[in-house]
Write a protein that binds this ligand. Sequence first.
Ligand SMILES: Cc1cc2nc3c(=O)[nH]c(=O)nc-3n(C[C@H](O)[C@H](O)[C@H](O)COP(=O)(O)OP(=O)(O)OC[C@H]3O[C@@H](n4cnc5c(N)ncnc54)[C@H](O)[C@@H]3O)c2cc1C
Length: 544
Amino acid sequence: MSGAGTYDAIIVGGGHNGLVAGFYLARAGLRTVVLERRELVGGCCVTEEFAPGYRASSGAYVLSMLREAVWKDMRLVERGVVVDPAGPSLNLFADGTRLELSDDLAASQAAVAELSAADAAALPRFEADLAELAGLVMPLIDTTAPDPQLRRLGDLPGLLKLGGLAARKRKLIDEALFLFSTSVSQYLGERFESEHVKASIGWHAINDSVGGPSTPGTAYVLLHDHAAEGTEEGGVRAWGFVRGGMGVVTEAMAAAAREAGTEVRTGAEVESILVEDGSVAGVALAGGEELRAPIVLSNADPKRTFLGLLPEGAVPTEFSAAVREYRSEGTSVKINLAVDALPRATGMPGAGVQPYHRGIMEVNQPLAEMDRAQAEARAGRPGKDPHIELCIPTVHDPSLAPAGHHIVTIDVNSQPYTLAEGSWDELREEIADAAIDKLEAYFPGLKRSIVHREVLTPLDLERRLGITGGHALHGEMSFDQLFTLRPVRGWADYRTPVGGLYLCGAGTHPGGGVTGANGRNAAREVLRDRQGIGERLRSRLARA
Ligand SMILES: Cc1cc2nc3c(=O)[nH]c(=O)nc-3n(C[C@H](O)[C@H](O)[C@H](O)COP(=O)(O)OP(=O)(O)OC[C@H]3O[C@@H](n4cnc5c(N)ncnc54)[C@H](O)[C@@H]3O)c2cc1C
């Protein structure tokens, strides 16, 4: 019997994946509620005012990987999501070298040719090879990772599909295995000679990882630049800035979920997930309220879900041991600056807004230097002289700051969550000062232009966004934590050892980033389980 506080499905967390899952479940007719601990929905995909009149995307700041089906089904363009494509990315080096790379291959080749004719000649083949491998891997984003041990009959179609794909693309298998297992330094070393070119392409490898560019398993991150998807109705096919900040996306998603029938509650922190006789029974909110449902999806990360919200002993010991060892410690400090003048890069000509202002700027360094900074981070020491990324969203959307002013979003890499000495509360301002001092050398006058700043250490990101370890992707995306292995081998299909409990966040396949794939895939598995195999066979036969 259904009554107040009783649902078909409860979703813990109103991040974008929780909202996507809520949308699809409500659309299928389930009485669904999304419970978000913060006063705003969106999780890592939010816009917040960090100083009077200045708004920034607190977590994710560029959009690219949002799935086409999600764009369309949730009618995000009609709901007002506008994305401006990012400009070229500008790589700035300490020796004065400047390298602009973009989706325009000819322009990138011309820029690379200034540094190495051989590298310019090698670029088209490199891009084509990655695009081909992306064509192999990217369709898997929208599928559930099948269990290779075939413990559920339902995994058979997925395994057969995977086998078919491997057979059709068998010539690519060696290349794919190499890309997934080797280091970015080795992969790029085979193709390019210029250290500047290698760093400008390869810095991606240290994003959200404690590995350095020479760490095996980092090369595949290069595929991310080929993961973009969009929609002919106006979604974006490459990296882009959302007008109004990333929160506009999740506000539109919440509106779509509500319209489909989902209740979306904010300020509703789930204190525990209720388990009765090995199956989920609902949730208890901080404050004591209990909500009942036979299905619960957790949008929280795996550690928070299994080690924080479930009662002791609810999952087998070996499962909780695997979750404990799952790596999810963030390695970057985010700084939002409010400035009264547009920063200008040294060595770059032109007055007013230049193409590079519209893109992402990398204060870059040779891959060996990144290895050094990442090794410091692995030892628990904030990397000295780290790689820094920055962008200026107000160039795309001036409404994010008072007239004539800008916001600068900065990501300082190689900053470990677990410190060997001291605490982030003591180190926060010192690390931010050092990063801004470094940036001043590349953007003279930046320091003087700062009217306010917000510094978010990995600990602050954990506290504010509710992500364990402050890891942006709910866990590292290295080969051993991907696809059938994410978050725990044997449990990559969104189901968990607790009956009726599913995961739907970035800690599942296909991992982090604003994709909506995790939420959509998880909802599909919930509906499959509800439908039951008999019903499914009948409907399949009826369709045949
Ligand atoms: C600093 C930073 C920069 C990033 N940059 C980019 C980028 O530029 N582009 C990109 O694509 N991706 C980026 N990412 C990654 C991306 O934002 C995330 O991987 C993605 O948004 C995760 O979405 P999610 O819905 O799975 O989880 P989340 O967004 O983490 O949502 C989980 C939700 O659950 C809530 N929650 C947790 N516990 C409870 C509880 N007990 N009760 C109720 N609610 C709870 C949280 O408050 C949160 O709202 C970035 C992330 C960060 C942190």
